[in-house]
Design a binder for this molecule. Structure first.
Ligand code: TRP
Length: 331
């Protein structure tokens, strides 16, 4: 059975794009692999959150993931900061990570450009911390998107370097877990091709948005002035509305509006009304679960403790062996 590790950025509430992207696949993966999913709260310190923001974001991401179906009995679901072994391995890896290679990482260069007054060492060594997250469990697979490929390449470099330096075959080379066809890309409501929270208020539908908010956002979604001839190619904003319907509505509903569009009879107002009701029905179970879990601190405490214990079991073994390999031997 493969060991899988992935980190989740604690950036507030989840939207439908997150759900149809990584989250749904995490839920599938937990049945077939030895999965470690953690909330990357150490990493989030690179942007200097306040204590209240840090805790609030971690909590809401944890609640959303549980509500959406991550099962803490199947996967090991933990907080990165509950595993100080990660920080120790990060220290070891940093001794063999070179300034030149760290400075060349695209995400570092981007951050250095966008936040020139906060180019801290944590930002520079983001890839060594991420490598430590992964190899602390000696993972084989990492389910990440294209934007993380370079970080994963660095992880392989650091793992191999450790093996070579100490002449051991200790760390496996982790590879990207590719979802391929199973990834459904959810477009934004603003006519752009991607749903994301940084794209602005109203672009994304969050799992915890209530029915009224969902109706409002969808009714305001960007459309065009309508087709003027049969079978006219769709503009991007209209493609988007159809893509959302394809992901969330019944096939008959989609077929009906396709037909209406192709015959120039489509009324976008009606279409959006239908889409809104379908989105509300689809997300209702999430809202119910979020409410239930969010008000049950006892349950959350149990989940976090279970995750911490399971993660610790795996990580403490790695750290013990790594210390031996490096030469920190018990007297
Ligand atoms: N860098 C990842 C992101 O921005 C989050 C992350 C941190 C991660 N550590 C990880 C992902 C380890 C996979 C494995 O999304």
């Amino acid at each position: 059975m493969d060991t899988v590790v992935s980190g989740i950025r604690p950036t507030g509430n989840l939207h439908l794009g997150n759900y149809f992207g990584a989250l749904r696949n995490f839920i599938k993966m937990q049945n077939e692999n030895n999965c470690y999913f953690f909330i990357a709260d150490y990493h989030s310190l690179t942007t200097h959150p306040t204590p209240a923001d840090l805790h609030g974001n971690v909590k809401s991401v944890l609640i959303d993931y549980l509500a959406a179906g991550l099962n803490p009995e199947k996967a090991t679901l933990y907080l990165q900061s509950d595993l100080p072994e990660t920080a120790e391995l990060y220290l070891f890896l940093n001794m063999n990570a070179y300034l030149g290679e760290l400075e060349r990482v695209t995400s570092f260069k981007d951050k250095a450009r966008t936040q020139p007054d906060n180019i801290n060492a944590g930002l520079l060594t983001y890839p060594t911390l991420m490598a430590a997250d992964i190899i602390i469990h000696r993972a084989h697979k990492v389910p990440v998107g294209k934007d993380q490929e370079q970080h994963l390449e660095m992880t392989r470099t650091f793992a191999n370097r450790f093996n070579r330096l100490y002449n051991v075959e200790y760390f496996p080379e982790p590879v990207a877990y590719n979802f391929g066809e199973e990834l459904v890309k959810i477009p934004g409501l603003d006519g752009s091709t991607k749903m994301g929270k940084s794209e602005g208020e109203g672009n994304a539908i969050f799992l915890n948005d209530d029915a009224e908010v969902i109706r409002k956002k969808i009714m305001r979604a960007v459309t065009d002035s309508g087709p003027t001839q049969p079978n006219q190619p769709k503009s991007q904003p209209i493609e988007n509305i159809f893509a959302l319907m394809k992901a969330l509505s019944k096939p008959e509903t989609l077929a009906f509006f396709e037909e209406e569009y192709n015959n120039c009879r489509v009324r976008y107002g009606d279409m959006k009304k239908q889409l809104a009701e379908d989105v509300i029905a689809f997300t209702q179970p999430f809202r119910d679960k979020i409410k239930e879990i969010g008000s049950d601190d006892n349950y959350l405490q149990k989940v976090v403790k279970l995750g911490r214990d399971k993660a610790h079991e795996s990580a403490s073994k790695t750290i013990r062996e790594v210390r031996e390999i490096i030469g920190f031997k018990p007297f």
